[in-house]
Design a protein around this ligand. Structure first.
Ligand code: FES
Ligand code: FES
Length: 162
């Protein structure tokens, strides 16, 4: 059995010190140890995108990321994207406005990917949004509304930053 190791994680601007088996994934730490269950476990093998979070601002699949890889780094989950006063992130607001979900299971991952997709500058066309969001599967097939939501959020974020 692997020896537990001490890890320091910064999640949504909060510091956590945990001691864990080095084989534990970031997804399981978030959900099982830190009670941050907004990040979803779909396939648990890198196929669906439901577990997408940001590591130092870049999107990663937390089911394929070891918690040890997040040691002393900055993790952002769906619980950390709204402002502290409760104001939704523009991508969250846009998903609501465009009804970009049905069951909602894929939605946290979609939103985390969409925030990164906009930051990466991959929203030039519907096709580009579809391509750069293609790692996030929606079993309900809400794709047309998701594309509309990402497109409008990108425009709003661009407008706000001018
Ligand atoms: S749960 Fe990580 S990609 Fe599906
Ligand atoms: S809204 Fe149900 S899986 Fe996407």
């Amino acid at each position: 059995m692997a020896k537990n190791i001490p890890l320091h994680l910064n999640v949504n601007n909060r510091d956590f010190d945990v001691t864990l088996d080095p084989r534990v994934t970031l997804l399981d730490v978030l959900r099982e140890h830190l009670a941050l269950t907004g990040t979803k476990k779909g396939c648990d093998q890198g196929q669906c995108g439901a577990c997408t979070v940001h590591l130092d601002g870049e999107r990663v699949l937390s089911c394929l990321t070891l918690a040890a890889q997040a040691h002393n780094r900055r993790v952002t989950t769906i619980e950390g994207v709204a402002k502290s006063d409760g104001t939704l992130h523009p991508v969250q607001a846009s998903f609501l406005k465009h009804d970009a979900f049905q069951c909602g299971y894929c939605t946290p991952g979609q939103i985390m990917s969409a925030i990164a997709c906009i930051k990466e500058g991959h929203t030039g066309s519907d096709g580009e949004i579809r391509e750069y969001m293609s790692g996030n599967i929606c079993r309900c097939g809400a794709y047309p509304h998701i594309v509309d939501a990402v497109k409008e959020a990108a425009e709003n974020i661009k407008r706000e930053s001018v």
